[in-house]
Design a binder for this molecule. Structure first.
Ligand SMILES: Cc1ncc(C[n+]2csc(CCOP(=O)(O)OP(=O)(O)O)c2C)c(N)n1
Ligand code: SF4
Ligand SMILES: [Mg+2]
Length: 267
């Protein structure tokens, strides 16, 4: 199946601002799905609300555009009833870790087979640039005009601590790595989390004087480094990207099936 066959062309051009990284995440996801040869009918994409969540509208899978923060709750419901389907849950940083934080950590510990993609632009893009739990201390936002005093979550640390069996980070600059990591995450049997660092030039960029969309892209290149690189030892401020966790654990739907069998046999 060609990439264009996975797209709902009637909804294009998309609504994202020029320079937004969300479309690049969409592109990476499409390449991963195409490379795996997945059939449209076998994929369910569940998103919440946010600029990032618009991704579900553009793809011709079974899609649910649900409630802010609740993508994982809906996705888990679908997966529990149809475990044979491939579940993808793209979320914004606010969506996944602010209002949806509780769903996120509990999904990590249950190890249900699906892929959570956290499109981290460090801001609430859709609603006008409020700070998110990933904005970071000292950043500027519509709701922090004198600078943000909240410390940030690290998505990778958070997902790892909560028990996710696949945890990775990539950026909108590293398009090939993004497609490869997303494919590996989707193939992983268990709960996989991929943080995609993505620029929001309209709000985060403008408020924080990060320059043009191209400057923000350049920053994703210069502020990150592959896991375990020499550059990280020399400059600890660099953010590592790559696959941090990949381990096997009993998968939730498979375990639930065993419970059903035990209950129906009465032992
Ligand atoms: C229950 C609920 N609370 C708040 C909102 C308003 N709202 C919509 S999107 C959003 C934040 C979007 O930020 P993020 O999830 O980071 O996605 P982005 O737009 O940055 O991609 C908020 C607060 C809502 N739609 N529903
Ligand atoms: S507001 Fe930000 S996140 Fe939303 S479409 Fe524009 S650049 Fe992208
Ligand atoms: Mg955001």
């Amino acid at each position: 199946m060609a990439i264009k066959d996975y797209i709902r062309e009637k909804f294009f051009p998309h609504i994202w601002c020029p320079g937004c990284g969300h479309g690049i995440a969409l592109n990476g996801l499409l390449h991963a799905v195409e490379n795996m040869g997945l059939k449209k009918n076998d994929v369910v994409m569940v998103s919440g609300i946010g600029c990032s969540s618009r991704i579900a509208g553009y793809l011709d899978f079974h899609t649910l555009h649900t409630i802010h923060g609740r993508a994982l709750a809906f996705a888990i419901g679908v997966k529990m009833s149809r475990p044979e389907l491939t579940l993808l849950a793209p979320m914004g940083d606010g969506d996944a870790l602010s209002i949806g934080g509780n769903h996120f950590i509990h999904a990590c510990r249950r190890n249900i087979d699906m892929t959570a993609i956290v499109m981290n632009n460090k801001v609430y893009g859709m609603t006008g640039g409020q700070y998110s739990p990933l904005s970071g201390y000292g950043t500027m936002a519509t709701t922090a005009p004198y600078s943000n005093i909240d410390q940030q979550f690290d998505v990778v640390d958070m997902a790892t601590a909560a028990g996710a069996t696949f945890v990775a980070r990539t950026t909108a600059y590293h398009v090939q790595q993004m497609a490869d990591i997303l494919e590996e995450a989707i193939r992983h049997k268990g709960f996989s989390v991929v943080e995609v660092m993505t620029p929001c030039p309209t709000y985060f960029g403008r408020k924080n004087r990060e320059g043009s969309a191209v400057d923000m892209m350049e920053k994703l290149k210069t502020m990150t480094t592959p896991i375990g690189s020499k550059a990280k030892q020399e400059n600890p401020a660099l953010i590592e990207r790559g696959v941090f966790v990949k381990k096997e654990m009993p998968e939730y739907c498979a375990e639930y099936q065993k419970i059903i069998e035990r209950a129906t046999k009465g032992n």
